[in-house]
Design a protein around this ligand. Structure first.
Ligand code: ADE
Ligand code: ZN
Length: 319
């Protein structure tokens, strides 16, 4: 039995496996510039975040209809459930789809079709987090927030993702203020490739409750101390860090030192179709390579529920 856990850092578009990409391409008459799944998999060699993002956005072309988003999400939930995920807080990138001509409603309704039956079908409770692309303008993010207002009963929170360096959190101050006024929860990617100062800014300017990645906090002892004191959860993604070369090898990952320092770390999969594994695979990898004990793994699982947006009663049931 895999350890029951919550997945808090998962981009639904990053769960698009090559087989489903080709199936959807055929269904929608979209030509992919790869002969087959094997050739596509060979493209999964990344130098950094941007080289991954280029492929991630390119492959999204196969997602066209509500049913495509529902099929993608249902396939993810089945995989996650098999690896012990009981609760998933799922990111999506609306602008990556609306800029291709899709309606926001197609995306949200499609995701919802799978999410609304997830507990019954997979035993996985869910939340939806709408991310803004930080390499697009703040005006585009604000327009996206306004366009999402009819769907806010389905959206728990907002996040910030895509190319980090050069796009500091402060760029999105007004958008986060507007989201807070709408009662939305707030998270943001910070300190993945960007400097520790972006983590501080995400906390102080955007008011985030969790930091996605936050890995580079280890470069700033005063920041680590603050994150420990304020019990700020970090959603780490070890296999992602290796594939995007933010750490040299998994054996060099600072997760054990971060836990020793008292940080509220969680282990997540980010874009599992691209980075070699889902939540359970990430747990297995850190157990095998970083030698984490059973107690440490249980702490990580416990942290995942603590850091989730579940209410206390739901949290107890999910564990
Ligand atoms: N979008 C999808 N995966 C991402 C990541 N790891 N960092 C930033 N943006 C992303
Ligand atoms: Zn991410």
């Amino acid at each position: 039995m895999p350890l029951p856990k919550a997945e808090l850092h998962l981009h639904i578009e990053g769960t698009l496996e090559p087989e489903l990409a080709f199936e959807l391409a055929a269904r929608n008459g979209v030509e992919l510039p790869y002969a087959d799944t094997e050739e596509l998999r060979k493209a999964y060699q990344f130098e950094d975040l941007q080289s991954f993002l280029n492929l991630y956005y390119e492959l999204m072309a196969v997602l066209r209809t509500e049913q495509d988003f529902a099929d993608l999400t249902d396939a993810y939930l089945a995989r996650a459930a098999a690896q012990g995920v009981r609760h998933a807080e799922i990111f999506f990138d609306p602008q990556a789809h609306t800029k291709r001509g899709l309606e926001l409603g197609t995306v949200v309704e499609g995701l919802w079709r799978a999410l609304e039956r997830s507990e019954a079908r997979h035993g996985v409770s869910t939340r939806l987090i709408m991310c803004f692309l930080r390499d697009d303008s703040a005006e585009s993010a604000m327009a996206t927030l306004r366009a999402a207002e009819p769907y806010l009963d389905r959206i728990t929170g907002i996040g910030l993702d895509s190319a980090e360096v050069g796009h500091p959190p402060v760029k999105f101050r007004e958008v986060y203020e507007a989201a807070a006024a709408l009662g939305l929860r707030r998270v943001a990617h910070a300190g993945e490739e960007g400097p520790p100062a972006y983590i501080t800014e995400a906390l102080d300017v955007l008011g985030v409750e969790r930091v996605d990645h936050g890995l580079r906090c280890v470069e700033d002892p005063a920041l680590v101390e603050r994150l420990v004191r304020e019990r700020v959860p970090l959603t780490l993604c070890p296999l992602s860090n290796v594939r995007l070369r933010t750490v040299d090898t998994l054996a060099d990952h600072p997760l054990p030192a971060m836990l020793d320092a008292g940080l509220l770390c969680t282990v997540n999969s980010d874009d599992p179709a691209y980075f070699g594994g889902y939540a359970g695979d990430n747990f297995d990898a850190v157990r095998q390579t970083l030698g984490l004990t059973g107690e440490r793994l249980r702490e990580l699982a416990r942290n995942s529920f603590l850091a989730s947006f579940l209410e206390d009663d739901e949290e107890r049931r999910a564990r």
